[in-house]
Design a protein around this ligand. Structure first.
Ligand SMILES: *[C@@H]1O[C@H](CO)[C@@H](O)[C@H](O)[C@H]1NC(C)=O
Ligand SMILES: *[C@@H]1O[C@H](CO)[C@@H](O)[C@H](O)[C@H]1NC(C)=O
Ligand SMILES: *[C@@H]1O[C@H](CO)[C@@H](O)[C@H](O)[C@H]1NC(C)=O
Ligand SMILES: *[C@@H]1O[C@H](CO)[C@@H](O)[C@H](O)[C@H]1NC(C)=O
Ligand SMILES: *[C@@H]1O[C@H](CO)[C@@H](O)[C@H](O)[C@H]1NC(C)=O
Length: 423
């Protein structure tokens, strides 16, 4: 048959194949994937709920990050006595700071490794230990595991974790992105309210066709941030701090905070460690000092700011500006003592479903949390859907690059489906 307008029959075949492909994607939780082409990296966050009581140092080790960096990212007082041995309570929600890179054309973090313990399964590593931020299939793939039922104890597994950079901006304003695993109680509006954004913005960022989200989906949530402008040679190049938060840098010497509406504010960190000079050249000002001088022309504000950590040296920058009014004293975000109990405002989901808590910490989540095949995009129920074939639906997308467009694609596709009588 010569090529030409497709017949209705061939169209139905194509549509059916497409539907099957889309179905395979739809029954699994969605994840926002950002294609990338350069190897720049950015700061990103993981929204993580502790699966068991963990020491600060143990939690940091789980993600191979610096415990002090972890505490600062959560505005927890790093000068608290013996803070690294402090035990954080199960079900506590924390932001885990990670470096988001570009790997095989998509944004992800591959710096985390997990050493398997007796009785580990890929599912419990993915769903319990890493809180659904990764799927069993993604671990399987990243480590070329042919038989997941045979895991050697002590095996060092790469744990690929989701992250996005989106150029460090959201609606042209500086932002840092947090990968967030949707819980059964979540709604998009609730998440938007909690993170002071809008459902429209979340839908735009995550390329969602509508506001319906499913348990286990991974959303990229933009958090307003203060961006730095350190030189590329700085080891903390592109440092970005979310509003109300802190970042510790320069070998624990400098702590930078971000107050709503203001610029990055850095000062000597409260830890007593040996640091290079933090005095601004040709002045008696120290990092973070701001002096004001009222004159008839206005207020001369001179400040000693931080310019990055270059070659083991803390770069300070002295700057003066004439402002109409003198600024008040610098206000930094409050820090808190390390939490020992999970208070309602720390837990994002008000009430974890019965059975989801307790039990052996290493036990996988009960099957009741396996996402149903219901999805935000309502497709005709497929008799052959592979739903529930793996706990928390491993992301087995044929082409990850297209993932973020699938929602849109489905919406468009459904418009087509409506006019094709089948199934
Ligand atoms: C990116 O990768 C290229 C080669 O793979 C390397 O030469 C370059 O230094 C990298 N750039 C950064 C910012 O890592
Ligand atoms: C990325 O953000 C910077 C400002 O931070 C802007 O100048 C640049 O145009 C943006 N690039 C893209 C590709 O959006
Ligand atoms: C300057 O900064 C140092 C270090 O933070 C602080 O101890 C000192 O009190 C500040 N001085 C003034 C005048 O603000
Ligand atoms: C502001 O004060 C600084 C130091 O106190 C001085 O060097 C600078 O010239 C002053 N700028 C103006 C515009 O007065
Ligand atoms: C860092 O220090 C080394 C040797 O001390 C020097 O060769 C190099 O140029 C320095 N790099 C920068 C960016 O200053």
């Amino acid at each position: 048959m010569p090529l030409g307008k497709p017949t209705t029959a061939s169209f139905v075949v194509v549509a059916t194949v497409l539907l099957l492909l889309f179905n395979a994607a739809v029954v699994t939780p969605k994840s926002t994937i950002e294609p990338c082409s350069n190897n720049d990296s950015c700061n990103a966050l993981l929204g993580y709920t502790l699966y068991t009581d963990l020491k600060v140092s143990e939690l940091a080790a789980l993600f191979q990050i610096d415990p002090i960096v972890l505490l600062s990212a959560n505005s927890i007082d790093i000068s608290y006595p013996d803070v690294e041995s402090h035990i954080l309570p199960s079900q506590l929600f924390l932001k885990i700071p990670i470096i988001c890179s570009c790997v095989d054309g998509i944004r992800k973090s591959v710096a985390t490794h997990y050493k398997t313990r007796p009785s580990d399964t890929l599912s419990n590593i993915a769903d319990a230990v890493y809180g659904g931020l990764v799927s069993a299939d993604q671990i399987k793939e990243a480590n070329s595991i042919s038989d997941p039922s045979v895991l050697d104890v002590g095996q060092n597994l790469v744990v690929p974790l989701p992250c996005t950079c989106f150029n460090g901006t959201d609606n042209f304003l500086p932002a840092i992105y947090m990968s967030y695993v949707v819980r059964p109680v979540d709604t998009l509006a609730g998440i938007a309210a909690r993170y002071k954004t809008t459902t429209t913005d979340l839908m735009g960022v995550n390329a969602l066709g509508n506001a319906a989200i499913e348990d286990g989906d991974i959303l990229a949530i933009p958090l307003p941030a203060c961006a730095s402008n350190f030189p590329r040679s700085a080891s903390d190049y592109a440092l970005s701090v979310p509003n109300g938060g802190y970042a510790i840098t320069a070998d624990h010497c400098v702590e930078c905070s971000c107050t709503a509406g203001s610029r990055l504010y850095c000062q000597p960190a409260s830890l007593s460690v040996s640091c290079s000079s933090m005095q601004c050249k040709s002045s008696n000002l120290m990092l973070g000092n701001v002096t004001v001088q009222q004159s008839s022309a206005g207020c001369n504000v001179t400040s000693c700011g931080y310019g990055g950590f270059v070659n083991g040296t803390i770069i300070t920058t002295l700057s003066s500006s004439l402002q109409p009014r003198c600024p008040g004293p610098q206000v930094v975000p409050p820090v808190t003592a390390p939490p020992t109990v999970v208070s309602p405002d720390m837990v994002l989901a008000p009430a974890p479903s019965p059975g989801q808590l307790g039990g052996s910490p290493m036990a996988g989540l009960p099957s009741s949390v396996v996402p149903s095949s219901g999805s935000s995009i309502v497709l005709p129920p497929a008799a052959n859907g592979p739903s529930g074939s793996s706990i928390n639906g491993a992301c087995t997308l044929v082409n990850p690059l297209t993932t973020s467009f699938i929602s849109i694609g489905l919406v468009l596709f459904l418009k087509v489906v409506k006019v094709v009588p089948f199934l």
